[in-house]
Design a protein around this ligand. Sequence first.
Ligand SMILES: Cc1cc2nc3c(=O)[nH]c(=O)nc-3n(C[C@H](O)[C@H](O)[C@H](O)COP(=O)(O)OP(=O)(O)OC[C@H]3O[C@@H](n4cnc5c(N)ncnc54)[C@H](O)[C@@H]3O)c2cc1C
Length: 238
Amino acid sequence: MDPRDQLEAPDRAALGPGPHTKVRRLPERARYDRGAIAAVLDEGLICHLAVDVNGLAIAMPMTYGRVGEALYLHGAVANAALRAIDGQRCAVTVTLLDALVLAKSTFHHSINYRSVVAIGRARSVVDPEEKRTGLAAIVEHIIATRATEARPPNDRELRATRLVRFDIEEASLKTRSGGPNDDAEDAELAVWAGELPLPVVPQAPRPSKESERLPIPPSLVRYGKSHREPQPAGTSAS
Ligand SMILES: Cc1cc2nc3c(=O)[nH]c(=O)nc-3n(C[C@H](O)[C@H](O)[C@H](O)COP(=O)(O)OP(=O)(O)OC[C@H]3O[C@@H](n4cnc5c(N)ncnc54)[C@H](O)[C@@H]3O)c2cc1C
């Protein structure tokens, strides 16, 4: 079974709301089911890791890969944020930006989004096999099947890399969609209001100098066909 299926299995309970993930502000926008949370995690390209580094709360952008209910994060062995979370509970967020929402009043301007806040425990991975699996998951997350096209990491590269496994304990998904929530008294204002969809659209690949004569690999030919399509148009960003 594809390990990703673990998160979608219908007989498993939702991932929230838990003690840290109950959406209080606009709770009608919240979902906690695993499938919806997995879909956002799989579509996102980057996460933000929230971590206490020497007493200061830092939010660090990173790539990631998902295997079941674990997210893998990687960096240099000396990476301060990844070292700080080893053995700790921390938070990871993933945000998909769907559209800008322009209202007739500045007050009601907003953003359409799908975002996940996940709370879990992190631990550095030392087992070489899990390290290879986790690193491959990160590459596959960025571009599916790329890990089978490119050279895998050698022992030196593995030693230089810190891999952290973040096991999701609870998570929330919050979504906003649709047009602006203008006030009735503004309806007749001659101010344009509506949405500007902002899909992530891949452009033509640019080969490196050494790759100019090589064919475009299958991973790139297929890229974007299964996800990162424009989302259908539901209200402030909060
Ligand atoms: C792209 C984007 C832009 C935004 N801009 C603004 C802004 O400018 N101002 C603003 O006030 N809010 C903004 N939000 C919404 C913001 O993320 C919070 O939902 C909101 O500020 C309420 O915060 P709170 O601490 O009162 O939430 P609470 O409801 O008290 O949060 C409790 C728990 O709910 C969950 N939760 C809350 N927000 C989210 C979320 N977005 N996604 C997933 N889980 C969530 C978390 O698990 C959190 O621990 C934006 C969201 C996105 C994705």
